[in-house]
Design a protein around this ligand. Structure first.
Ligand code: SF4
Length: 314
């Protein structure tokens, strides 16, 4: 059976989305351009979000201090050796807040990345309070003939949670940024963490309505992971009762409840992921790779005869 996103997978997958857009496999290459974050340097806050440990998600070639072209070339070599399938690449600016700099610096970095052979577009991770009209107009110009996505860390639709994890912006700020981005024809993504302290399963399922109300292209979810060296790791040691963690099968079941309510046109980039065990200060699922997580989700969707958007009401 074909679902409305055009294939027989039970959710609107990121790989299917790129196949439709580019006609083949596209690989994201993480790049660290040396940006910082206003929630760390004192501009909007200090100490950062309580869960933040950028290192846990950054490939080693990004930490070498090499320039953007060098990192992209290293990334292409690494992925060609490992996967041998992609010949189109997206430069993925993942670490910290990648629009937190004056416009001329952004232009220099992103124009250079797009000039690397094989790079067909950009994915730019940032905070919702780090964009303005001028910057978005620049990205909109790039997006006329290249793939450009801006991915916002939203993390939760609940302001009390955002305050508790020291995000230093509220959900309305995220909504404004998403609307301003999408209205310019830029692909717009959002990241959410499932399981932040104080959020029940019901709240997580119910916040799907708020997610559906945003003009997003892609969504990415992660289960809460607590990393060494973060304020959250200290809080967890002092107040473990504030935290809850799912066993993997239970997480998949709660995620399926979210998926059943999720707008069918929203592309699901990720529903869970495991950072390397050495970073963890809390419980983990062990060494489970993203492909295994996806296979488990697909098996469970099949068993439950469930699919994305089956309960979605416009
Ligand atoms: S999660 Fe993002 S916004 Fe929060 S401290 Fe880390 S880099 Fe900054």
């Amino acid at each position: 059976m074909k679902y409305e996103w055009g294939d027989d997978r039970r959710f609107n997958s990121y790989s299917g989305y790129f196949r439709r857009l580019f006609g083949g496999r596209v690989q994201k290459l993480a790049v660290n351009a040396g940006f910082t974050c206003p929630n760390r340097d004192g501009t909007v806050g200090q100490g950062g979000c309580t869960f933040c440990n950028n290192e846990a998600f950054t490939p080693s070639y990004c930490m070498s201090g090499g320039d953007v072209e060098w990192q992209l070339a290293e990334g292409i070599v690494f992925h060609r050796r490992r996967y041998r399938r992609a010949d189109m690449y997206l430069a993925y600016f993942q670490s910290f807040s990648n629009t937190y700099a004056p416009l001329d610096r952004l232009m220099e970095i992103y124009d250079r990345a797009l000039a690397v052979p094989g790079v067909v577009g950009l994915v730019i991770g940032t905070r919702p309070d780090c964009v303005d009209d001028e910057k978005l107009d620049y990205f909109a110009r790039l997006a006329r003939d290249r793939y450009v996505a801006i991915e916002y860390g939203i993390e939760s639709c609940h302001d009390a949670t955002l305050r508790a994890v020291n995000r230093r912006h509220d959900f309305e700020c995220a909504r404004r940024a998403v609307e301003a981005t999408a209205s310019r024809g830029i692909h717009t993504g959002a990241h959410f963490i499932l399981g932040l302290p104080g959020e029940s399963d019901r709240m997580l399922v119910d916040q799907t309505d708020a997610i559906n109300s945003l003009p997003l292209t892609t969504v990415k979810f992660h289960q809460l992971q607590i990393f060494e060296g973060t304020p959250m790791a200290e809080d967890y040691r002092r107040n473990p009762e504030k935290y809850r963690f799912w066993e993997l099968p239970d997480y998949i079941d709660i995620y399926i409840e979210i998926l059943r309510r999720l707008r069918p046109d929203l592309v699901v980039e990720r529903f869970a992921s495991e950072a390397p065990p050495r970073y963890h200060a809390g419980p983990t699922w062990g060494l489970v790779r993203n492909e295994q997580l996806l296979a488990m989700l697909e098996r469970r969707l099949e068993e439950r005869d469930a699919w994305q958007g089956e309960l979605y009401m416009p």
